[in-house]
Design a protein around this ligand. Sequence first.
Ligand code: F6P
Length: 280
Amino acid sequence: MRDIFDAIQKSAKRIKEAIDVKDIGYSQQENSSGETQLELDIKCDMIIAEELSHVASVNTISSEEKEHAEVLHEKGEYFISYDPLDGSSLIDVNLSVGSIFGIYKGDFGSQNMIASCYVVYGPRVEMVFAENKVKLYLLQAGEFEFVKEIRLGEKGKLMAPGGTQQNWPTYHKEMIDGFFKEGYRLRYSGGMVPDLHQILLKGGGLFSYPATSDKPEGKLRRLFEVFPFAFIYEKAGGVATDGKERVLNLGYAHLHDTSPCFFGSKYEAQRVKEVYAKNA
Ligand code: F6P
């Protein structure tokens, strides 16, 4: 695991350099979800694949930018799913973006997840790595330094409601409105990594990306976004649900499957479960 941790750190430093200097022009390619890839998406994908290829314990990798998984070392025990540059469309407006990693033993799948990690590229570069505990690291003078362990409070103050409101189910809109009436503050940048990072570091709240009329299976990808953050939120004392069940009990049929998802502290997640149990 140490080798994987080191490879992710090396990738993060190289991606930070690529973000700083690389022209972000659009490529002619689309990724598996039909989004036009930036040259930077492709570059970041290559950086991570290259760094992980040096780690003998990594059996197979699967990137959000590629249709198929790639076997690296047949004798390795770890499987890694990653989103090299989540929220990359925010780069041209200079908002924060991130890389997300899910680490599985034996095969992909939420039940096999043993660790997960994300890196935020913002005014500073930070990394959150979760195994038994959730730990925050800060990139300082070229090295990641441990800062602190992260724990979520029982109840937070922030609300990050994803998706287009006109496509939300009515009961979802009523639930979100209810939170705002209770005093929750809107904090939504449109980047999953910084939005979930903010809720984690400010003690709690709710990030939601529901099933919508235009995206009945949600938008966010199970292996590349939803499972890794579910693991981190649970290890930090929070909750990750699809509205009906624990995210980490969900399976997947295809690498790029999506799911509705809600990540938060216990108080807000309980409300989600109650509302969705009544309506869905
Ligand atoms: O998956 C890409 C992504 O940009 C996430 O980082 C983010 O949470 C989500 O899409 C935002 O989607 P929307 O703009 O529909 O709220």
